[in-house]
Design a binder for this molecule. Sequence first.
Ligand SMILES: NC(=O)c1ccc[n+]([C@@H]2O[C@H](COP(=O)([O-])OP(=O)(O)OC[C@H]3O[C@@H](n4cnc5c(N)ncnc54)[C@H](O)[C@@H]3O)[C@@H](O)[C@H]2O)c1
Length: 336
Amino acid sequence: MIKAAVIGCGYWGPNIVRVLYEDSKWDLKYCCDLDAQKLDRIATLHSGIAITRDSDKIFTDPEIQAVFIVTPLNSHYPLARQSILAKKPTFIEKPFVSKVAEAEELIQLAHQNNVPLMVGHIFEYSPAVIKIKELLDKQELGTIHYISATRVNLGIHRKDESVIWDLASHDFGTIFYWLGEEPISVQAVGKGSVIKDTPDIAFITFRFPSDILVNIQVSWLAPSKLRNTVIVGSQKMVIYDDTDPSQKIKIFDKGISAMEHTTFGEFQLSYRTGDIIVPILSNIEPLRVEINHFYECVKKNEQPKTNGKVGLRVIKYLELAERSLQNNGEVIAVNH
Ligand SMILES: NC(=O)c1ccc[n+]([C@@H]2O[C@H](COP(=O)([O-])OP(=O)(O)OC[C@H]3O[C@@H](n4cnc5c(N)ncnc54)[C@H](O)[C@@H]3O)[C@@H](O)[C@H]2O)c1
């Protein structure tokens, strides 16, 4: 068993607590939060876990072998730094940290102290996202023309971050994982509709070296929860709906090709419509897969799949998207 502690028991933390508590491979020793009411709730739901408002207690306890940081973004860096310096394998929720420089420092510290550092990019542990990665790697969709992602709901307005950092961080991580390349340009427009200086709606566009165009729409201001991604290739197209419990992925054997007309030099279009395939996917909760992966990495003292470098890549483009938004949609070219 690995003795663990969870810091941050607000909205998301209790999900991590539940998974750790239910899995006999883990021994959840502490739950920590600054808010005593949040801790009371944990104590009511799960017996035998020590509760504390002092995270130092966790970092100085030699028995603790793994720390989960599930606090708001602005506290990720100081808590993770302390955790790594205490030589505790550290899991940090997404987004990793609020600055590229902080991410670089934590990656270096994790290396120097020889501890696994994992960022909670949960979608990379989702069977649907992994299935799409397989389709893309096998080039089953043909040449990818574009990806369009919508992640909107009537959401919690976060005080210390914009909707880009909160919601688009998921899509950035997923799309970089799928495509295995980084954008060559970034553009974002958005606005704070409810709180003037906190953008709650944003439209982000990436161009990739392989000529794939990506648009991501994120909002905390929408009538219903949509988690929809459309991937259009020259051979097939995919709709990925993460809210659909049984048919998350649909693969459409559809396409259009242009054929040059010989007589007038004009183009004729040929439309193709074939079967729609709904792949069978495992029903396993991605959070369990994610935490299980961290368990293996702690046991073997290995860096995880979603390690600090993977987290850093997302932070780099979150910073650029935020800068573009602040500069009225300036197109920012990225040199690699
Ligand atoms: N993986 C996912 O799908 C997912 C979903 C939701 C949130 N998250 C991420 O989880 C993190 C937490 O989000 P949330 O929605 O639970 O936020 P939240 O505000 O609901 O909860 C955060 C909790 O952390 C506590 N806290 C703050 N600073 C602390 C400190 N220094 N020490 C101890 N406790 C402290 C707060 O009192 C609060 O109870 C964020 O990084 C968020 O992006 C991930």
